[in-house]
Design a protein around this ligand. Structure first.
Ligand SMILES: Cc1cc2nc3c(=O)[nH]c(=O)nc-3n(C[C@H](O)[C@H](O)[C@H](O)COP(=O)(O)O)c2cc1C
Length: 232
């Protein structure tokens, strides 16, 4: 029989080993995969959802302007309504929450002002410091077409997707990045136009189902020497 002190010792060894060998970021990234079927009985706890909200807000954006919003759907009937708009991909109806990454289509000078006002408040800097850059950025944005502004926001949405997927993996939360949905119809269904939003990406999150056919599949990746070029 294992004594209590042996038990403690074994526990400490496992923790040490986990730290050294398993619990590194590469291990987390190998653990994750694009989940095709979630266990619909397993739901994220509030603190797990809170971590994902914070991670979304911490994602880097160009100039820090954050032209994005995250919608979170946990209501089952609403998930079912979104299922056909995602071409019946079961991730959408079996997940715990659907994260919908949207761009702000009304992004403009007011948002640039809000950014610099916030910076002044948080960092305690004066208008003398930020004023010139504020004006420069407004000029840069005034020269962009609406399409250019939205395209630039879409790039930020993809960065947020990567941030969220990585944080999910580290938290042992399953996810599936998804472009495969009818964004126009989803925007109509959720009344996003009235909110000056456009959906770009879905990220259903939850916990993998026992019978998800992708669960045991090996990762398919090119060998490193085909994707990395080291320039001397
Ligand atoms: C931007 C993007 C969009 C994707 N859209 C879908 C999708 O609509 N449906 C789906 O099942 N998987 C989708 N995937 C998942 C990819 O097929 C998957 O990430 C890829 O095959 C690599 O496999 P892994 O993520 O399991 O390692 C998408 C992935 C990315 C990055």
């Amino acid at each position: 029989m294992i004594s209590q002190s042996d038990n403690k010792f074994i526990g400490a060894c496992i923790r040490k080993r986990n730290k050294k060998f398993d619990m590194n970021i590469i291990n987390h990234l190998e653990w994750r995969y694009a989940c095709k079927k979630f266990d619909s009985n397993k739901k994220l706890k509030k603190d797990q959802v809170d971590i994902l909200k914070k991670a979304f807000n911490l994602s880097a954006t160009s100039y820090g302007l954050q032209p994005l919003k995250l919608l979170i759907v946990k209501n089952d009937p609403l998930k079912e309504k979104l299922l056909p708009l995602a071409y019946y991909q079961k991730q959408v109806s079996t997940c715990s929450h659907i994260l919908i990454i949207c761009i702000d289509t009304a992004f403009g000078a007011d948002d640039i002002d809000a950014y610099f006002d916030r910076e002044k408040q948080i960092r305690g800097v004066s208008e003398a410091i930020v004023g010139k850059f504020r004006q420069q950025l407004k000029v840069v944005y005034s020269k962009k077409t609406q399409k250019e502004i939205e395209d630039s926001a879409i790039y930020q949405a993809y960065i947020a997707l990567g941030t969220l997927m990585t944080v999910c993996a580290e938290q042992r939360i399953d996810s599936c990045p998804m472009e495969g949905f009818n964004a126009k119809k989803l925007d109509e269904q959720l009344g996003l136009k009235d909110k000056n939003l456009r959906s770009v990406l879905l990220l259903p999150v939850g916990f993998r189902a026992e019978d998800d056919f992708m669960r045991k599949m090996k990762k398919v990746r090119k060998p490193l020497n085909e994707v990395i070029i080291e320039l001397d």
